[in-house]
Write a protein that binds this ligand. Structure first.
Ligand SMILES: Cc1cc2nc3c(=O)[nH]c(=O)nc-3n(C[C@H](O)[C@H](O)[C@H](O)COP(=O)(O)OP(=O)(O)OC[C@H]3O[C@@H](n4cnc5c(N)ncnc54)[C@H](O)[C@@H]3O)c2cc1C
Length: 377
């Protein structure tokens, strides 16, 4: 049986970022991945200032930045009321507000940087069983038996580490599917726009001078109907909901679809087993913060492990739970309030919502607070 000090399950952004941020001279590190080779996400997403600094520290930002698009404004409004809110980089004294990047590109660059380090990869190894005794944790995968002192689940929303490690969690389906695709347009700018349509939030994020990425989180029933639509018909729907903000929209990629769920593990670490990123928490993509929150977990856990070493499990567990559970709980709660407030049909809730939005839009203090939460996860 091969032994590693640290075994990471999952080679998504969290798994490779974590391996990159641990000190390879101090630990023997293995990565277990069920896919037979690296598979890169095709999504574009927004990253905040803190994630950018972390990627810089890991030495990969220079390679990512030529294809990262800085954005300076966020405009959010609703279709059926007067609610409107705008965040401006100059007002927030934070220019740019963030960057839109390809998730796959982050993953690819982190993986390339791992090639220079001594990390063992176990591709085509699906984690199937975990056993623990006083000294170590043993893991059965579809092709191997491995053991470790620290086991870290970076294995996404359906985390086997979370299930086999018997972590309790709360989860539910949003009954929405995110339809994601890129579109060409002759009139893009550096603003993220999001409108709350009757069937769900529709966001258009600029990814370069002539392209946008669409994330439309649509009620499951309507999403199925939308997926059957001709491309021209689909674009007419986008224009209808957006008020024809963009000229000449044409799809430049196929439409991908993702079921949307909420998940919060009750604890993120116990008995030498840790959960990171979507394995520990998943939120609605309307605020574009899931990956940022996950990178916050990676930074916190890697700093604790690098500082205390593999034998101080109690201390690492305490620090990680204490620092990351409250941040992620607060984020999940504010996202839920935001989403439920927008979906409410009740006229009083709608009135309050519009008023709250407009008060926030006119209050520099509240806007600054929002920006702090979004940029300092
Ligand atoms: C539509 C959409 C838009 C989003 N937009 C944004 C945004 O703008 N900004 C933002 O910050 N976040 C955004 N997010 C969230 C972000 O994409 C996720 O938080 C992030 O991808 C999670 O990465 P991860 O590494 O935790 O999990 P994953 O990417 O799911 O990686 C998990 C890995 O584990 C492997 N694995 C799974 N099970 C096993 C097993 N049993 N054994 C071995 N390996 C296994 C998988 O094959 C995979 O490689 C968005 C999400 C969605 C759905």
């Amino acid at each position: 049986m091969i032994h590693h000090d640290i075994l990471i399950v999952g080679s998504g952004v969290m798994g490779v970022a974590l391996a990159d941020s641990l000190n390879p001279k101090d630990f023997s590190i293995g990565i277990v991945e069920s896919n037979s080779h690296a598979s890169f996400s095709k999504r574009h997403l927004s990253i905040n200032k803190k994630s950018l600094s972390f990627l810089k520290k890991l030495g990969v930002w220079e390679e990512i930045s030529p294809n990262a698009f800085p954005y300076e404004k966020i405009k959010v409004w609703e279709q059926e009321g007067s609610g409107y809110i705008e965040f401006d980089a100059n007002e927030a004294r934070l220019n740019p507000l963030g960057h839109i990047v390809s998730e796959g590109n982050i993953q690819k660059n982190l993986l390339e940087s791992l090639e220079k380090k001594e990390i063992s990869f176990y591709w085509d190894n699906k984690l199937e069983e975990i056993n623990r005794n006083d000294e170590k944790i043993t893991c059965k995968t579809s092709n191997n038996e491995l053991s470790c002192n620290i086991l870290i689940g970076c294995d996404g929303i359906n985390s086997a580490v979370r299930g086999l490690g018997k972590f309790k969690s709360r989860s539910w389906s949003y009954n929405q599917t995110a339809l994601v695709a890129n579109l060409k347009s002759s009139s893009t700018d550096s603003t993220i726009r999001q409108t709350f349509t009757k069937i769900g939030p529709l966001a258009l994020l600029p990814i370069n001078d002539s392209e946008l990425t669409m994330i439309w989180s649509i009620d499951d029933k309507s999403a199925y109907i939308f997926l059957q639509k001709e491309k021209k018909e689909f674009i007419a729907e986008i224009n209808n909901h957006f008020g024809e903000t963009f000229n000449d929209l044409v799809f430049s990629t196929e439409i991908q679809h993702f079921p949307l769920n909420h998940l919060s593990a009750k604890t993120f670490a116990k008995n030498g087993i840790f959960l990171i990123g979507d394995a520990a928490h998943q939120i609605h993509p309307l605020a574009g913060l899931g990956l940022n929150a996950g990178l916050g977990d990676v930074k916190c856990l890697s700093e604790a492990i690098n500082e205390f070493g593999k034998l101080e499990l109690k201390k690492i567990t305490e620090v990680y739970n204490r620092k990351r559970i409250p941040v992620n709980l607060a984020l999940a709660a504010s996202m839920e309030a935001f989403k439920r407030g927008f979906e409410a049909e009740n006229i009083w809730i709608r009135f309050l919502r519009n008023s709250a939005f407009n008060i926030t839009n006119n209050s520099d203090f509240l806007k600054k607070k929002f920006m702090e939460i979004a940029t300092e996860l």
